[in-house]
Design a binder for this molecule. Structure first.
Ligand code: SF4
Length: 253
């Protein structure tokens, strides 16, 4: 993998071996600057799904696939009133469950995932959500993204970076990864950012994706990262500042 950010300019007269060793690394101050700018723009960025328990977050995150968090939050109020625990979900009438979650889309498969996951929770975990990645990804409809959301937000366990569509898109535009699959993008992000920032990073990038770096129309001139972002794959409106990229050690490919 070749990362976009390179620091050859910083290395100056370093010998070839040192340059090779440092290649593909973003200088720590650039990572720090990126986080500082995002924190300033989105103070208190956090999970925007409504939940009170790990089970509720698990269900809400399954429902959030291909759906906005706003829509999911409209659905989960009545849903969590109707089904209080994993046993309730496991024994629910499938048609009734589907009707309650219908507006989130893909409701047949989501209802199936929720019910089958809850059956396993009842059979293997006493109705509780397991607090480890390996167990979570064994549940139907639960991948690394959902598992990371649940671990990071419901349990405070940092196992990885949540890579959803926003984080995937932004990682490429900002030059943090050239990869296309969430799994490979996550590997790049966990290499670049300190573990203590992983949960916060995804919240910040998701906020940035919702507010400025939208899929079809990124609003670069008003983006908090305008000065340092190389805007990879973005039309040239709101042109970047090469000088600042050099100053920060962030250079276009
Ligand atoms: S500067 Fe543009 S491309 Fe870069 S993160 Fe902001 S909106 Fe996205």
């Amino acid at each position: 993998m070749r990362l976009i950010f390179e620091i050859e300019k910083e290395m100056g007269s370093e010998n070839e071996k040192s340059e090779e060793k440092m290649k593909n690394k973003i200088p720590p101050f650039a990572i720090s600057r990126l986080l500082t700018l995002l924190r300033k723009a989105y103070p208190g960025a956090a999970c925007s799904l409504d939940y009170e328990t790990p089970l509720q977050l698990l269900v809400a995150t399954i429902l959030s696939a291909q759906c906005t968090d706003v829509r999911v939050n409209m659905v989960v109020g009545p849903l969590f009133q109707r089904y209080k625990n994993a046993k309730d979900f496991a024994e629910a009438d499938r048609i009734e469950l589907e009707m309650l979650i219908q507006s989130t889309g893909f409701y047949h498969s989501k209802a199936k995932s929720i019910q089958e996951s809850c059956k396993i929770l009842c059979e293997k975990y006493g109705g509780n959500v397991p607090a480890d990645l390996d167990s979570l990804v064994q549940l139907p409809g639960v991948g690394r993204k959902t598992a990371n959301v649940v671990l990071g937000n419901a349990f405070g366990i940092v196992a990885g970076v949540v890579v959803d569509t926003h984080v995937s898109r932004l990682a490429r535009r900002i030059g943090l990864s050239t990869e296309k699959t969430p799994e490979k993008i996550e590997k790049d992000l966990v290499r670049l950012f300190p573990r203590k920032n992983w949960v916060e990073l995804s919240h910040l990038l998701i906020q940035l994706g919702r507010n400025s770096c939208k899929s079809q129309k990124p609003d670069c001139p008003n983006c908090p990262l305008w000065e340092l972002c190389p805007k990879i794959g973005v039309p040239t409106t709101g042109a970047s500042s090469p000088k600042l990229h050099v100053d920060l050690g962030l250079a276009n490919n």
